[in-house]
Design a protein around this ligand. Structure first.
Ligand code: FAD
Ligand code: FES
Length: 361
């Protein structure tokens, strides 16, 4: 760390610049100067997939400020952007470029999600309107869906749709590390026109180097992922260290096929679908609204009643949705853990009520 960095991050400078903090002042002087927070300038926007009538997919390359600490393949960042002067909105995106170090450019690859009626449509805004020069806010990289430092001899990467991004970062990192073992890359996309990174994956397939690429397209009649299909592709796959990411039905099919094997790690972009039928009632005390418990996470149940609680990642990562549960038991739909503590702050995007529940909303 340079002397300037040490001074800028010192307590004395923090006290002098309180309450705004040194980064607010540095940002005024130059948008790429920062002492603590991470900002990034968009340097390139590249359309990956553009099928008329379907959401486009783009890769955005950003140059982070010197405060970026790098990322491990498979990690994600929270990206914040002010759309049309509104308050900053944050969404979480996996880094699609290979593992990075401080100072490196990184990429995120995103599908322009059709915005919800009251949603912010961050992905759509970025895919359709982001331009080189636009500044965005980033978190440091987070998440434990990562390749270990000592890479196993055989690695199986399974993905679907835009869930390809973290495993693409892994594949690219393994290529960069000149991994000598075997890699099996399995990806599902609607059709060849919807295939993200098609040209690069074609090159990888042709060059061999111990990487088997299997691309499946249900619109061309390829059958859905199943245990039998995985066994044909990778005999004994349940013992092979595997990373899987994609739409909830695909991840759930993979989980079923691994039958609890600890060789499998999964990443969700959206909470897994609720299979538990709700019992009891859910009440939102401040607004005086109540309904029968549908079994869905509390955020969805609140929105179904017309409430608009703050939310960001909708996956339990950003803490924007934390609200106080005053009564009842909730189950974390990602981890399955239950909690019955009264007067507890919970992330309502991933907390589904188990029976009667009261939330201060
Ligand atoms: C770990 C992780 C990594 C991710 N990585 C990627 C990636 O690499 N690429 C990628 O494309 N995406 C990724 N995502 C998904 C991404 O974070 C966003 O969820 C996605 O881009 C949609 O955000 P949006 O602002 O465009 O849409 P929004 O407008 O927020 O809508 C998204 C969905 O939220 C619901 N919703 C939002 N607001 C409301 C409301 N008021 N009422 C009712 N429903 C509502 C709807 O179901 C809607 O379809 C990742 C997510 C996670 C958790
Ligand atoms: S919306 Fe991010 S933690 Fe709930």
């Amino acid at each position: 760390m340079s002397l300037t960095d040490t001074i800028l991050r010192s307590r004395a400078v923090a006290a002098l610049t309180s309450p705004h903090g040194v980064d607010r002042y540095l940002e005024q002087v130059h948008p790429m100067w920062a002492a603590h927070e991470v900002r990034a300038r968009i340097v390139d926007v590249h359309r990956e997939v553009d099928v008329p009538g379907h959401p486009a997919v783009a890769t955005i390359t950003v140059q982070p400020t010197s405060t970026w600490r790098g990322h491990r393949a498979g990690q994600h960042v929270a990206l914040g952007i002010e759309i049309d002067g509104a308050r900053r909105t944050t969404r979480v995106f996996s880094v699609s470029s290979p593992e990075s170090r401080p100072g490196d450019r990184i990429t995120i690859t995103l599908r322009a999600n059709p915005a919800a009626p009251d949603g912010q449509g961050v992905s759509r805004h970025l895919v359709e309107r982001a331009e080189p020069g636009t500044m965005v806010h980033l978190s440091q990289a987070e998440g434990d869906f990562v390749l270990p430092d000592r890479v196993p001899e055989h690695v199986l990467l399974i993905s679907g749709g835009s869930g390809i991004t973290p495993v693409m970062s892994m594949l690219r990192s393994l290529q960069r590390r000149t991994h000598r073992g075997r890699v099996t890359f399995v990806h599902y996309s609607r059709s060849p026109e919807h295939q993200i990174f098609a040209a690069e994956l074609d090159d990888v397939r042709r060059s061999g180097h111990g990487i088997d690429v299997h691309l499946f397209h249900p619109e061309l009649g390829d059958p859905a992922l199943s245990a039998a299909r995985l066994e044909r592709l990778v005999p004994g796959y349940r013992e092979v260290p595997t990373w899987a990411c994609g739409p909830a039905p695909l991840v759930e099919a993979v989980r079923a096929g691994y039958d609890g094997s600890d060789a499998l790690r999964v990443e969700y972009f959206q909470p897994p679908r609720t299979t538990v039928t709700g019992v009891g009632d859910v009440s939102f005390a401040r607004s005086g609204l109540a309904a029968a418990n549908s079994g869905a996470p509390l955020l969805e149940q609140a929105e179904a009643l017309g409430l608009t609680p703050a939310s960001g990642c909708r996956m339990g990562i950003c803490l924007s949705c934390v609200s106080r549960k005053t009564e009842g038991t909730v189950r974390n739909v990602v981890t399955g853990e239950e909690s019955s503590l009264p007067d507890e702050d919970i992330r309502i995007c991933v907390s589904a009520p188990v029976g009667d529940c009261v939330v201060d909303l």
